[in-house]
Design a protein around this ligand. Structure first.
Ligand SMILES: NC(=O)c1ccc[n+]([C@@H]2O[C@H](COP(=O)([O-])OP(=O)(O)OC[C@H]3O[C@@H](n4cnc5c(N)ncnc54)[C@H](O)[C@@H]3O)[C@@H](O)[C@H]2O)c1
Length: 393
């Protein structure tokens, strides 16, 4: 049977737009035809388009007219308007994480350190409602690009939970490295927060997903979050911080360390760390402690290959692993980092949904619960870690 051709557009021409394009080449279930790109940075979009032989569009509206699916690869502040505009035109949306958030009051003076985080929670919940209402009124769907859900390690754990009827008692996990590359990261008004949302959303959403899996397997009822307590810190902005050049430290008004402790409806728990202060490459993992097994899901590094290199320059043109500070000594060069991270698998699943209506594992409801929990965690952190209830969607 001939594969369905799906016309695709990309919004944003930076880091995420690049790995989306690479993953699109690996979609098997349909013919994903990348028509073009639109980005606020016109020259960047033109260069991105020229490199890939696609068209650079002058406006979002023109791009939307020409495609069936749009990939939202912009900073979080732009996710809601782009997603809603696409859904209103019955175009499928593949939206990068985090789905949405609160991005300040629109003034230059806005300070992410100082404002009342309850305002952020209320605004983020309202934004979720608007996106979900647009989806409900649309013939298309929003597919939430949380790659951790599709990472092979998390999908293996899904199988273990489903086939053994496991009860997950405690999950603990982390996403950390030495600082995001994006220039807009570091400003609450663009990112909607710091490490808690930008990095914490990955292991947190995987943990929320595995409790959905557990409940669904047992009696068809997903188990959802009910409360959260959290702490946040800006370690590289303390007066005492000593910069030795290994960790990015130019953040304006965001935290660079966070810890959130989630309580689910069944009184089981998950503890998630996220930070921008960890050297030695990406440190992404989730450990699942269940009543009948224990699993460590390694997302990155994965020691499929372990290499000792005595001379830094010998590896000058060898890619080792994301955000590694040095290639000298022992490292775990990843034979296929995108695969272990879940990028091609999520794209395949999303195009299966677009082409054939197969429901995605990572949908707008999971995204909504993730954002609701994250902004409740910010309220908790402001109160020094007091438990705050979570609205589940
Ligand atoms: N899943 C992952 O592993 C992962 C990794 C990195 C980034 N991300 C997510 O991807 C998104 C983009 O991050 P990035 O690192 O690629 O950022 P980036 O700064 O590298 O690129 C952002 C792009 O968006 C464009 N842009 C900004 N505002 C726009 C608007 N209103 N309309 C159209 N284009 C606009 C910019 O011109 C730029 O081309 C973020 O939501 C981020 O959280 C996800």
């Amino acid at each position: 049977m001939r594969k369905k051709t799906i016309r695709t557009g990309i919004v944003g021409a930076g880091f995420a737009a690049s790995f989306h394009f690479e993953s699109l080449k690996k979609v098997h279930c349909a013919e994903a035809e990348v028509v073009g790109v639109f980005a606020a940075d016109g020259p960047q979009a033109a260069a991105y388009a020229a490199q890939r032989g696609i068209r650079a569009f002058d406006s979002l509206e023109e791009l939307l007219e020409a495609v069936d699916v749009v990939h939202v690869c912009t900073p979080p502040v732009a996710h809601e308007p782009i997603a809603v505009a696409a859904l209103e035109r019955d175009k499928f949306v593949i939206c990068e994480k985090p789905l949405t958030g609160y991005f300040g009051d629109g003034t230059d003076a806005f300070d992410g350190d100082e404002f009342d985080k309850q305002i952020a929670l209320d605004a983020a919940l309202a934004s979720i409602e608007r996106i979900r209402a647009a989806e409900a009124a649309s013939k298309a769907r929003l597919l939430y690009a949380e790659n951790w859900v599709y990472a092979p390690a998390i999908q293996k754990e899904r199988e273990i939970i489903e086939k053994t009827g496991a009860q997950v008692l405690w999950m603990h996990g982390e996403e950390a490295h030495s600082g995001s590359h994006a220039a807009t990261y570091g400003f609450w008004k663009f990112s909607g927060g710091g490490s808690l949302i930008g990095k914490g959303c990955h292991p947190q959403t995987a943990a929320l997903y595995l409790k959905v899996v557990e409940g669904r397997a047992r009696d068809g009822r997903p188990i959802r979050p009910k409360a959260v307590s959290a702490r946040t810190h800006a370690l590289t902005r303390t007066a005492a911080y000593r910069d030795e050049g290994h960790i990015r430290c130019d953040y304006r008004d965001i935290e660079d360390f966070s810890m959130m402790h989630i309580v689910f409806e069944d009184d089981t728990i998950a503890t998630i760390f996220a930070s921008d202060v960890v050297v030695g490459g990406i440190h992404n993992w989730l450990e699942v402690v269940a009543n009948n097994h224990r699993t460590v899901c390694n997302i990155n590094p994965v020691p499929a290959v372990q290499t000792y290199n005595p001379v830094e320059k010998n590896f000058a043109d060898i890619y080792v692993v994301e955000k590694i500070g040095t290639k000298q000594g022992w490292s775990c060069p990843s034979p296929d980092e995108d695969w272990f991270t879940g990028y091609p698998q999520e794209m395949e699943a999303f195009y299966r949904c677009v082409a054939g209506g197969v429901a995605p594992e990572s949908d707008s409801r999971l995204a909504a619960d993730a954002i609701s929990t994250i902004y409740s965690a910010y309220v908790s952190a402001q109160k020094g870690g007091t438990e705050v209830p979570v609205k589940a969607f």
